[in-house]
Design a protein around this ligand. Structure first.
Ligand code: FAD
Ligand code: MG
Length: 527
């Protein structure tokens, strides 16, 4: 029987280190590469323009690369089961290959497709390459439950050994590509080319992408990123992005490329390890120190793998129930970057505009919305992040929100430390240029008022053309009072527990520092 295989791209939008794709093209008599807009796949359920644009560029890049070897990416819109069933009727699919999407929200889609395949006699070939380890293997190795703290996660993953190296690139020489009849293409509504966000109904508003999607852009970007890591290794330190958060520098993040799988996380991991070893005369680094952030990613994926309620407070077994306020006016001010706290507003406006903000900015705005100042549910903040972030991950975003809001993973329920929305920003970017860039109405104020415009007297406000309440909002809460009251509430919630839930216990204060990515000197002054 001839082998007719379809590789179904969902995430994993790349040709390199794609083991399922290799299985698909191996000895096949006909090969098809497919992407389906089903309204949810690849984070399209809630999305702003920037992420849609990133996805578009990623798909176009795949399509271009496939054209170069004589084929194309077949892009459809509709229900995966229906599309595969009709495709099967015409071309007789024998193998369906795809990369594992380990988050619980994809289970229903994938179980449906697995069932369809078993009914139609199609072999399913699913491979793990979105994560360093198979989250389900980690859970198995931990006795059936996900490791509840980062430290436990590290221990269990070490039992499984180092992550696999990337697999070789595909060789296209002998691959025979399948085609579709015009009649079927019409019936399945095959797009003549990858549709733009505008064609998908997403008009560009104020958003202004900074990151470019696609495998080729990601691989070029990785080279720049490795140079930064290499310079740090030569200078005798690691995690440069964490040691010196640079809020004004060029875009250096790989997170959206990792989210969409334009870059293989295993390639990133091993390239960093190998760079270090080369610089250090063949001496490999200590376990995961260089790539600790990638391990956080694994941790959150693993925590969510069997928990469909992971993005909710209610009925989520790992989330503490906290009686958050319902305050639409405060939520809206936060979302729009109009809280009256310049650093918080700069972060939120950068998020809207560019779709990406630094980790230290994410922690600041998330703490401000939740346990720090506004006492509004992390679920509300999460929805805003889901819409605007180009790297929005269902589980990684939810896990981080639970962490910051003290809803899970984090011990400091007594909330003796809250991020100060003024001092924290000043420490991270003392010149105020970050604020000036994203909150232009404050740009003319003298340095001393940029972080705290309420300290400027009315004549000063008038002189510099920034009147509070007119040109820029008054503070919606007073941090000193609000954070104290919130601390009290957290303490009383904590008292209700006879024993703190296990998952609210990070291993030690180093873990908190590492998570928050605060330069050591900052830690005591800004919280
Ligand atoms: P690097 O320091 O270069 O880290 C390398 C990679 O590790 C990142 O690209 C990312 O894939 C991963 N990573 C880094 N930090 C974390 C972390 N804390 N948790 C999980 N993975 C991490 N990251 C996302 O990828 N998607 C999200 O939806 C997301 N939502 C977040 C929500 C909140 C409230 C917070 C506080 C953080 C969130 N993060 C999310 C984590 C983190 O802020 C970003 O991954 C990071 O800013 C990306 O920048 P980078 O690539 O320069 O990171
Ligand atoms: Mg990165």
């Amino acid at each position: 029987m001839p082998k007719v295989s379809v590789h179904w791209f969902r995430h994993g939008l790349r040709l390199h280190d794609n083991p399922a794709l290799l299985e698909g093209i191996k000895d096949s008599d006909k090969f098809y590469a497919v992407f389906i807009y089903d309204g949810e796949t690849a984070g399209t359920k809630i999305t702003g323009y920037n992420r849609a644009q990133f996805l578009y560029e990623s798909l176009r890049d795949l399509d271009n690369q496939l054209h170069e070897v004589g084929s194309q990416l077949f892009v459809f819109k509709g229900d995966a089961i229906e599309i595969f069933t009709q495709l099967h009727e015409e071309v007789g699919i024998t193998h369906l290959t795809f990369e594992q999407d380990c988050e619980a929200i994809w289970n229903q889609r994938d179980n449906g497709v697995r069932k369809m395949c078993s009914e139609l006699g199609i072999a399913v070939v699913e491979r793990v390459s979105h994560t360093l380890w198979d989250p389900l293997k980690i859970i198995e190795a931990n006795g059936g439950l996900p490791p509840l703290t980062y430290e436990m996660f590290v221990q269990v993953s070490q039992m499984l050994g180092p992550p696999p190296h990337p697999v070789p690139d595909p060789v296209w020489d002998n691959v025979i590509f399948g085609e579709l009849s015009d009649e079927l293409a019409l019936r399945l509504k095959l797009y003549p080319q990858v549709p733009t966000p505008e064609e998908m109904g997403l008009a560009c508003g104020v958003e202004a992408p900074v990151y470019i999607g696609g495998e080729q852009a990601a691989l070029a970007h990785l080279k720049d990123r490795l140079r930064v890591e290499e310079d740090a290794f030569r200078d005798g330190y690691i995690l440069p992005n964490q040691v010196n958060p640079d809020l004004l520098g060029p875009p250096m993040s790989m997170s959206a490329a990792l989210r969409f799988g334009c870059l293989s996380t295993r390639k990133f991991y091993w390239d960093v390890q190998e760079t270090y070893t080369r610089i250090n005369n063949g001496e490999p680094p200590a376990s995961y120190s260089l790539t600790a952030q990638l391990i956080w990613r694994e941790f959150f994926y693993c925590m969510s793998a069997n928990n469909p309620q992971y993005d909710k407070m209610e009925n989520n077994p790992i989330c503490i129930q906290i009686p958050w306020y319902n305050n639409p006016a405060h939520l809206s001010a936060w979302e729009k970057g109009k809280t009256g706290y310049p650093f918080i507003d700069a972060c939120m406006r950068q998020l809207h505009k560019e779709g990406w903000i630094h980790h230290v900015c994410r922690t600041a705005v998330a703490c401000f919305l939740t346990r720090g100042d506004l006492w509004i549910s992390w679920e509300d903040g999460l929805k805003v992040f889901y819409k605007y972030l180009i790297d929005a991950d269902w589980s990684v975003a939810a896990g981080n929100w639970m962490w910051i809001s003290s809803s899970a993973f984090e011990r400091q329920l007594d909330c003796s430390v809250c991020i100060c929305p003024v001092e924290y920003g000043r420490r991270l970017e003392p010149t105020g240029d970050y604020i000036r860039r994203y909150v232009p109405e404050l740009a003319s104020l003298p340095q001393e008022y940029v972080f705290e415009p309420w300290k400027a007297t009315l004549p000063i406000q008038q002189k510099f053309g920034c009147i509070l309440g007119k040109d820029y909002p008054h503070r919606i809460v007073i941090h000193e009072t609000a954070s104290k009251a919130n601390c009290k509430m957290m303490k009383s919630i904590r008292k209700k527990f006879k024993r703190a839930p296990k998952h609210c216990a990070p291993s030690n204060s180093d873990e908190i520092k590492q998570y928050l990515r605060l330069p050591k000197a900052c830690f005591h002054n800004v919280l």
